[in-house]
Design a binder for this molecule. Structure first.
Ligand code: ASP
Length: 316
């Protein structure tokens, strides 16, 4: 039987054990476990990798703890604008949305763009109009509200600072204690097809319609059966400049590196050279998994059909 596997992340950054309470740690682990199980169940039943990716991400988007969907960070104007992308490595079809509001699960809208439009990338009001036309589930602003992200934004809104953080503390703490709460998944199904997806609220206090790497095909999200499926998390700007997700695939394709070797080049060399703090997860078409980061921690989890299952937060 072709092996199958799924790997997910809930953001990377300065995630230190000493800053965590046992309750919060448990809540994060549980959230990751629920998402992992949802995605793995799809694969176990013979579902497509892209559906497993979507199922896992929907669970993370619905969880207030993660900066995607419900619980997304606030922009300078005090609203939530979300980005998401999904790519299917079987045919390299892709769908992405940026700056969408009130969409309960932006990853579902990205999948809708992939399956039911002639386009790859929709943004802002147009993407919202498409969501309405396709009958995608919308929610009022209150649905996305979380007190700790609101407090985090309140501490910053009168400044020109912006932040990738999702700590509960004040501005100074926010700036030194970097954390990223984006979510993502990559999966390899029983057919040996792979897919990846990423979803985020972006950065606290972001303005000018800032968009990070997450919804950009090749930067934060990429999949090709011939190489790998990747979802990134971290400081979006350097990830865009590094074309980080695609660069892993390029190292595999042109240099014949393994997924692990290729990811190591990008995370620990290319991104470091650009001050790109963060990490990524990925699979190849043989269901090999890699999870790597150059920050202090990354919320992450994986499950393989050989029985291996891992949920972790800090550096091993
Ligand atoms: N990469 C995301 C962004 O820049 C943030 C994150 O990963 O948390 O929008």
């Amino acid at each position: 039987m072709q092996p199958f596997s799924i790997v997910i992340h809930g953001g990377a950054g300065t995630i230190l054990k000493e800053d965590m309470t046992p309750e919060l740690e448990k809540a994060y682990s549980q959230g990751l476990d629920e998402a992992l199980s949802a995605g793995y169940a799809v694969l176990e039943q013979g579902g497509a990798a892209s559906n497993a990716v979507k199922a896992a991400i929907v669970v993370l988007e619905d969880n207030l703890l993660f900066n995607a969907g419900r619980g997304s960070v606030f922009t300078k104007k005090g609203v939530q604008e979300m980005d998401a992308a999904i790519m299917d490595g079987k045919n390299r079809e892709a769908g992405a949305v940026a700056g969408v509001r009130n969409v309960r699960n932006p990853i579902e809208l990205a999948a809708e763009v992939m399956h039911n439009s002639n386009h790859v990338f929709l943004s802002g009001k147009g993407a919202n109009d498409f969501a309405i036309k396709q009958g995608i589930k919308l929610e009022p602003d209150e649905f996305f509200f979380s007190q700790f992200r609101y407090d985090q934004w309140k501490a910053m809104r009168d400044s020109d600072n912006y932040s990738l953080d999702h700590t509960h503390q004040g501005l100074e703490e926010l700036m030194k204690d970097k954390k990223f709460g984006t979510v993502g998944a990559a999966a390899c199904d029983k057919e040996g097809n792979i897919a990846a997806g990423t979803s985020t609220g972006g950065m606290t206090n972001k303005k000018y319609g800032r968009i990070g790497d997450s919804p950009i095909i090749g930067a934060g999200t990429y999949a090709n059966n011939a190489t790998c499926a990747i979802s990134c998390t971290g400081h979006g700007e350097p990830f865009i400049k590094a074309v980080a997700a695609y660069d892993v695939a390029a190292h595999m394709e042109y240099k014949g590196l393994s997924l692990h070797e290729a990811m190591n080049e990008v995370v620990h060399k290319k991104l470091i050279a650009l001050d790109g703090e963060g990490g990524m997860i990925g699979v190849d078409a043989k269901a090999n998994i890699s999870m790597m980061f150059n920050s202090a921690g990354m919320y992450r989890a994986m499950q393989h059909s050989n029985g291996q299952k891992v949920i972790s937060i800090y550096k091993d």
